[in-house]
Design a protein around this ligand. Sequence first.
Ligand code: ZN
Length: 145
Amino acid sequence: MQVTRRRDTPGELALREALHALGLRYRIDGALPDTRRRADIAFFALRVAVFVDGCFWHGCPEHGTWPKTNAAWWRTKIKGNIERDRDTDVRLRSAGWTVLRFWTHDDMNAAAKRVAEVVRIRKRKMGPSARPCRTSRDTSDQAQR
Ligand SMILES: [Zn+2]
């Protein structure tokens, strides 16, 4: 089943910009090893995956809406996305990843600080010589701007 992939949403862009301003380097839309899933933003060596979930597509409890036209189709679609998100979380965590999820309505500066904090903790835990996991190539990619 193909899930609608909406890249470079305003929330993602804002978070990337905020992370960049904090001096963090990450990969965008990276394929996550052993999970067959992708993260919006990933720190491969540290195994930190970040997602910015759209309020509509991922069923935000505050702003999610359920269209009246083709209601059943939309319900299936959005519920499918939510289930997939939870499944992605489970797969990633069992593969040793830390998963951070934000809504597009979140304050992205606060979100970036949270990511930076998690990254700092992971770095300390893994030591300065944290080895990239085997399929990652480079964690120093600059944000494409
Ligand atoms: Zn929302």
